[in-house]
Ligand binder design. Structure first.
Ligand code: NI
Ligand code: MN
Length: 223
């Protein structure tokens, strides 16, 4: 069993075997964060895109833990330029890491010069295969029909943004669940800021194609 823990916003840790992963480690500056960056112990950091609420504490955590960043090429190059080990990937590509496979998916979103990272690039989502189960972290994205292709891979757990304004809102996230057909879905990217305040119970009540689990910050889920 792998253990998935929610640290707020779009940040999750995954513990599988003896390996610790963290996704989108936005902790410093997140009023709802479930951990301090200085306390994070990880081997790998997966980053969907360069916005500050996702890249977050990546460099600090990577340096402190001698961890490897996994993400789109632009993110990886930026990390390498800052003295951090990184594995360059891009959308559609997968790689078999010692802990399992990571494949990058599309995400309809953006980031560019002027954001926290002074560069452009394509945001992504991740399909992370650990212990034979697939976890889909959508990153920041609007709804897209190709989520059906992601669903065809057989998703155990989908982590989907529901906060609206910058990403899918509740109704589109419900449609995403019907495309992906995961066994379980967890909402993310809501209530951190005023612009993304929504009621996760409304999402849960509308999801009929999967078991919806609302994770409070600090909650864990076995996959
Ligand atoms: Ni973003
Ligand atoms: Mn975001």
């Amino acid at each position: 069993m792998a253990t998935v823990k929610y640290l707020g916003h779009s940040c999750f840790t995954i513990v599988t075997g003896g390996t610790n992963l963290i996704i989108d480690p936005f902790l410093t500056g997140n009023p709802l964060a479930g951990a301090k960056a200085a306390d994070i112990k990880v081997d790998y950091i997966l980053v969907t895109h360069g916005h500050g609420d996702h890249f977050g504490d990546t460099l600090e955590i990577a340096k402190k833990n001698d961890a490897t960043v996994i993400g789109p090429n632009e993110i990886a190059v930026y990390c390498q330029a800052n003295g951090v080990d990184a594995h360059n990937m891009h959308i559609g590509g997968g790689w078999n890491f010692p802990f399992g496979r990571v494949k990058l998916t599309i995400a309809h979103h953006g980031y560019s010069a002027g954001d926290d990272l002074d560069m452009g690039g394509s945001p992504c989502g991740f399909i992370i295969t650990v212990e034979g189960k697939k976890i889909y972290h959508a990153g920041d994205t609007g709804l897209f029909m190709d989520m059906q292709l992601i669903g065809e891979e057989g998703i155990e757990l989908a982590l989907l943004p529901i906060g609206d304004n910058f990403t899918m809102g509740i109704d589109d996230a419900v449609r995403a669940v019907s495309f992906i057909k995961p066994k379980k879905v967890v909402p993310m990217h809501y209530n951190t800021f005023d612009l993304i305040k929504v009621d996760p119970e409304e999402f849960k009540s509308k999801v009929t194609d999967a078991k919806c689990v609302i994770m409070n910050v600090g909650d864990t889920l076995e996959v």
